[in-house]
Design a protein. Sequence first.
Length: 257
Amino acid sequence: MRAQRRIERRRFLGRAASGGAALLLGGCDRLSHSTWFSRMLNSAEQVNRHVQTAITPPGTRGRSYTEADLSPHFKSNGTHDPSDPDYQSLARNDFAEWRLEVGGLVDPPMHLSLADLRALPAVTQITRHDCVEGWSCIGKWTGAPLRTVLEPLGVQRRARYVMFFCYDTVGAAGEKYYESIDLEEVQHPQTILAYGMNDRTLPIPYGAPLRLRLGRQLGYKMAKYLKRIELVESFRHVEGGNGGLYEDNGYEWYAGT
Ligand SMILES: Nc1nc2c(c(=O)[nH]1)N[C@H]1C(S)=C(S)[C@@H](COP(=O)(O)O)O[C@H]1N2
Ligand SMILES: [Mo]
């Protein structure tokens, strides 16, 4: 039964987030004028933009920390090592054959290697990771800002969200981990595709070879073990329809900290 299944999955995933912001869309007023980001605002989004701006002022960054603040032991949560056979075989060869698929509203679809991503200007940031289960760790993350990954690509102007699909499954039902963010979050300087952690190659328990890092949202938004990203106009008809596996289980889509 669907209700029973929901309860079991919720139990597996942990306690539901309390409070939090309502579903917030759009929010593009600090975006650049030259790119696809600025071209798709409609009046409904303008209204939502005011709501989001009131809660998270545009340009707000998550707090940055120093080396002295780094957690001696960063917790690995959720999946620690995906059992997917494709993932396992990629891992055996240090992800040399791994490619990030970029699809959906982008012409042409792309496959990016780790070398492609490392060739982009890298950013490093020390930020706090807050899990909805009630723990926090501070880590140092290195990667390519998502905006610099997407900007050279032929992203269609209809695109409003980026979806992230992962190699692992979670819970008794074995559903694929996935997540999504909107264009404001894509443009945020702390939104990076991270391949490094604490000055090392990103280890498997933390999402190797590539994971999403955000500056201002909770841990479950930061998809590990990335396989494919997809530009979409709406996430309503993807997987459970709520923009992420946690969201399909009742958690907030905008998981601001
Ligand atoms: N693919 C995938 N991404 C995921 C998870 C997961 O199980 N699978 N867990 C999420 C949760 S709830 C948290 S708190 C963080 C944990 O990241 P960490 O293992 O680096 O601490 O990853 C998030 N992203
Ligand atoms: Mo979490």
